[in-house]
Design a protein around this ligand. Structure first.
Ligand code: SAH
Ligand code: SF4
Ligand code: F3S
Length: 549
């Protein structure tokens, strides 16, 4: 496997995560100070982000553009003059959350008449623009995901001090299967400009999101994403490696490559002589010509090849989400095996354990194919943690089809399963099928499946008892937090008792193992941002607890 010669980096010690709201940029050159906009004349902003990692990354870019324009970040939505809602449309419940806040936002606007609300993200589609004003009465401006780079311009905030804000207005749509959808082509260029202009305000100084491909070309009949995000568009290979190199030099310990289908990266890029050795034939799904084009395997190898002076990976932890079974190539599996920085964790959504169901869902693989891929992965990377997404109660799901999903979870024994009841999404192909599993039955299936997985998760986590694992510490858990929703999901409340009375100078910390398991430990706050060895002494279904080894 050819590796490219890459410059050796001097890695700075990891910076500590920013404690409060991010500050606006100050000009490097003192002479520019008098040209700085009057801060009071600019709105303070708050970005409310729902949905997946891609939205989180997009929000970092929007916040970065606003900060570059001179705006300050408000600590809360209620204190902001500008609220940007980055929506998720994957299920009805995600949209209901935003609809439910309209009254509160209208109240805030009455108290602060200059306040503006912008809504963007996957709920804003060309096809539903007309109905948005009625559903979201508090919103002043709607931007499709591909229009996000125009935010600063459209609000009239671009200025000579904020060249990044003055992004040329080039949003575009394209037609896919008769539907007008966003075209992410210019998002690739917008990212280039944002990175060059320093207009990405990352929320963490430890772990960074790195988008590599926008959009989705797949055909899942239940899913809104292809309509919200448009067709797949890959970022240029060298730009991604450059961004990773810059992150390493800043001290980031973990980078997650992002895409709705991260492993289909590169198929839309031009072939190049240096990728002449890349031959990947898809074994399932729509055929694709990948000859001589970069792929995720190539990208992972290039980022892994960024090394410190003593030869260690410059970014100790490399992750990627979300992979689709269509594109889980042998080349990718080999790269996971060969690259020490790639974490031993793979998220591979299966959706259902039944072939007829998978056909109705448009997933285009069979359970046999899916399991063959997992077998290969487990051979190549022994001990790899596996996680998946499952939908229960999709159109026409019989008891037997549902039981096949339970049997699959039982057989594969995933470390983590993200399950949801099917929620019909307007305009998706599945709206032509009957949504005929009653809500109560969907709930029953979901609860039963989650209970089964809880036992499996506990068993998987118990396998860590007595073992020592590397944890990247990223959070100090405050002594009393009221965030009960998070606690349940992360198993924090159970661990809280174990850390109830800590001596001075010792905090309750959490972090992730390479297998992406949440781990609780006690230690000095200075460990945040550090990789530490933890001996596991307690295992729950959703988290581990241990002591510094
Ligand atoms: N691109 C990724 C995941 C995108 S959405 C992939 O293909 O795996 C994340 C998850 O949301 C999906 O894996 C699916 O399990 C779930 N999902 C998508 N549409 C849904 C719907 N209409 N109802 C319920 N769950 C849905
Ligand atoms: Fe949705 Fe399927 Fe695309 Fe994932 S691959 S985003 S589930 S259409
Ligand atoms: Fe939601 Fe859009 Fe992500 S629908 S899951 S925010 S791609």
């Amino acid at each position: 496997m050819p590796t490219r010669a890459l410059p050796v980096l001097d890695i700075a010690p990891p910076a500590v995560a920013p404690a409060g709201p991010r500050a606006p940029l100050t000009p490097d050159d003192e002479r520019l100070r008098e040209f700085r906009p009057e801060l009071r004349s600019l709105p303070s902003f708050f970005v409310w982000t729902l949905g997946c990692q891609m939205n989180k990354s997009d929000s970092e870019e929007m916040a970065g553009r606003l900060i570059a324009a001179g705006c300050e970040e408000a600590g809360t939505m209620d204190a902001a003059d500008l609220v940007v809602i980055n929506t998720c449309a994957i299920r009805e419940a995600a949209e209901a959350k935003v609809i439910g806040r309209q009254g509160h936002l209208q109240l805030l606007k009455r108290g602060n008449p200059g306040m503006r609300v912008v809504m963007t993200g996957c709920s804003v589609r060309e096809s539903n623009r007309a109905g948005l004003r009625r559903r979201y009465p508090a919103v002043d401006l709607f931007l499709r995901p591909d229009e996000e780079p125009e935010l600063v311009d459209r609000l009239g905030l671009a200025s000579a001090q904020a060249p990044v804000g003055a992004f040329s207005t080039t949003s575009a749509t394209t037609v896919v299967h008769g539907a007008t959808v966003s075209d992410a082509t210019h998002l690739v260029r917008a990212r280039t400009e944002a990175i060059a202009g320093g207009a990405v305000s990352r929320h963490s100084a430890i772990s960074a999101w790195l988008p590599i491909i926008y959009g989705c070309d797949k055909t899942c009949t239940y899913c809104i994403v292809p309509f919200s995000r448009g067709p797949e568009r890959s970022r240029p290979f060298d730009e991604i490696v450059d961004e990773a190199r810059a992150l390493a030099a800043t001290g980031y310990r973990e980078v997650t490559l992002l895409g709705q289908n991260v492993n289909s990266y590169g198929h839309d890029l031009e072939p190049e002589a240096r990728f002449g050795h890349v031959h990947t034939a898809r074994t399932v799904g729509r055929r694709q010509d990948r000859e001589g084009r970069p792929d995720l395997a190539e990208l992972i190898r290039a980022i892994d090849a960024l090394r410190t002076a003593d030869g260690r990976p410059a970014i100790p932890r490399l992750r990627f989400v979300t992979s689709h079974p269509w594109d889980l190539s042998d080349r990718l599996i080999d790269a996971l095996r060969d690259c020490p920085s790639v974490c031993e964790a793979l998220h591979l959504p299966v959706q259902s354990g039944s072939d007829p169901m998978l056909r109705r869902m448009g997933r285009q693989y069979t359970i046999e194919h899916y399991r063959e891929r997992l077998t290969r992965i487990r051979e190549a990377v022994p001990g790899i943690a596996l996680s998946t997404d499952v939908i229960v109660g999709f159109c026409g799901e019989t008891e037997a089809e549902y039981a096949a999903t339970l049997r699959l979870l039982d057989a594969i024994r995933y470390d983590q399963v993200f399950a949801a009841a099917y929620s019909e999404r307007p305009g998706t192909p599945a709206t032509r099928l009957a949504d005929d599993v009653p809500p109560a039955e969907k709930r029953r299936r979901l609860n039963e499946l989650l209970a089964l997985q809880e036992g499996i998760g506990l068993e998987r986590n118990r396998a860590w008892l007595g073992r020592t694992t590397e944890v990247l510490v990223d959070t100090i858990v405050p002594p009393r937090s009221h965030d009960h929703e998070d606690e349940e999901a992360e198993g924090t409340s159970e661990s809280r008792d174990a850390f109830a009375r800590l001596p001075d100078g010792v905090s309750h910390l959490t972090g992730r193992s390479r297998e992406n398991k949440l781990a609780h430990l006690a230690g000095p706050a200075g460990l945040v941002g550090r990789l530490v060895d933890v001996r596991i002494e307690h295992a729950g279904p959703y988290a581990l607890r241990g002591v510094l080894a």
